[in-house]
Design a protein around this ligand. Structure first.
Ligand code: SAM
Length: 439
């Protein structure tokens, strides 16, 4: 082998000798694109999720800035990329989110079921479903009728073909009857993954994963049973028998973290975009209605997502100067949007304040944010969140820039349309690195 072909990995080892702040700064200034690199365990891709991290992103910070046994937090965990990377490398992981789908994914991904059991049980489940579809359709019809309230039924009838509804109710009913909790979580994830896909899965929607669904009358969805079997086979390949230990997932709002102060060693997180640019609930309700949630309850929950557009009951916070100025400029253009932005920066102020409270002194918080344009105005998220973070007591160390891999990342659909200057910035992401002073 030629000398130049030898594996070469000096930054990692050299970095371990640097003081903590220097390591953090070097990481933020280093390569953060990760294009063309393999993205950790395939478990990350078990289910589509908009604006998911490449696993290497939390991975590098976890590996360089923590030790085995340390506690890593993601207060807006989404598809739980940070948590999974943390537990795989022997750290303890804590995650919160308010999205029921996110909490379900965490249950399935972090408490892996036994592969042998899952294989047998999956096969039995599909056979039972097939039997019930050919021999017990009347009974299934009754279960389906009882499943939804009137509003949710209207939603289901609009977005799912009649035959698909029977297949889905048969599947979810069998899954719910399983006694083993981790198998139930695993199969529920598989069930949801056949609905929420880029192409709208077994629903009549397109562009679901972009969270901008539209109904396509001529779409003939594949059989839900066939899709379930395919997805099950694929996900089973990556199911490990090793249950990950040391993770805690809580359905909680990032603005009120149920954690003690100074209790966490590292935070890696990415908040939603402002002004509902990615509307999680709009896509997630396609599977959540099948998991027992009503359209009305999901509508109420949607108002609580950071970046939401309802302002009637929003609790506004005073903002530091630059952010206040951005909000005023947008308000002059569009009063309603100005208030929506004020709500977003207020929610992020409370979240950053909580992140600061629970982090141990001398430790890092990494916030990954994109670019947002409202009414043609760049609302300077990275600069404002840096300022708000400092206002809450953090020291800003550096903001790294990463170029998004357009082929891999699911962005809001309209951002993929043309290539103007602002479009180019839409495909960048900023990795804002904070340190909690005091040690
Ligand atoms: C950009 S996504 C996170 C994606 C994640 N980094 C991943 O790799 O999958 C933002 C997440 O914030 C969550 N979120 C929105 N409002 C929240 C709140 N008030 N408290 C906690 N999480 C919230 C959303 O449900 C969503 O899962």
């Amino acid at each position: 082998m030629l000398q130049t072909e030898l594996p070469f990995d000096p930054p990692k080892s050299a970095m371990k000798n640097l003081p903590y702040r220097g390591r953090l700064s070097d990481l933020l200034k280093g390569e953060l694109d990760f294009h063309g690199q393999k993205g950790g365990t395939a478990v990350h891709a078990w289910h589509a999720f908009p604006a998911r991290f490449p696993p290497q992103l939390p991975g590098v910070f976890i590996n360089e800035l923590t030790q085995p046994g340390d506690i890593v937090l993601d207060p807006m965990m989404g598809s739980c990329t940070t948590l999974l990377e943390a537990v795989i490398s022997g750290r303890r992981a804590v995650g919160t989110d308010i999205d029921p789908l996110s909490l379900g994914l965490a249950q399935a991904k972090l408490n892996t079921a036994d592969i042998a059991k899952a294989e047998v049980s999956g096969h039995e489940l599909i056979e039972k479903v097939k039997y019930r579809l050919s021999n017990g359709k009347d009974a299934l019809g009754k279960i389906l009728k009882k499943r939804f309230d009137a509003k949710t039924k209207t939603f289901a009838d609009y977005w799912f073909a009649h035959d698909t509804q029977f297949e889905l109710i048969a599947l979810i009913n069998e899954i719910e009857n399983l006694e083993d909790k981790s198998l139930r979580a695993f199969f529920t994830l598989v069930f949801s993954a056949i609905i929420i896909t880029k192409s709208g899965g077994v629903s009549l929607a397109r562009d679901l994963a972009h969270t901008r669904p539209h109904r396509v009358a001529e779409k003939i969805p594949g059989s839900a049973i066939t899709e379930f079997r395919k997805r099950l086979r694929r996900n089973l390949r990556h199911l490990t028998c090793r249950p990950y230990t040391g993770s805690l997932v809580v359905g909680a709002n990032s603005q009120r973290l149920p954690l003690k102060e100074d209790s966490v060693d590292l935070i890696v997180t990415s908040p939603p975009y402002a002004s509902n640019a990615i509307d999680y609930m709009r896509a997630h309700k396609f599977s959540l209605v099948w998991l027992g949630h009503s359209v009305s309850s999901l509508g109420r929950l949607r108002r609580k997502y950071i970046g939401g557009e309802t302002i009637s009951d929003a609790e506004m916070m005073p903002l530091p100067e630059y952010s206040e100025n951005i909000v005023s400029r947008l308000t002059a253009l569009d009063q309603k949007k100005g208030r929506v932005l004020h709500r977003y920066y207020s929610e992020m102020s409370r979240t950053l304040s909580e992140m600061h409270r629970v982090l141990r002194p001398g430790r890092a918080a990494i916030l990954v944010v994109g670019t947002s344009v409202i009414r043609g105005m760049n609302i300077e998220i990275r600069t404002c969140l840096k300022e708000i973070g400092e206002h809450q007591g953090f020291e800003h160390v550096h903001t790294g820039i990463r170029r998004l891999d357009r082929n891999r990342r699911m962005m809001p659909a309209r951002w993929n349309s043309n290539n103007t200057g602002i479009e180019a910035r839409m495909h960048e992401e900023y990795v804002v690195g904070f340190l909690k002073p005091g040690r």
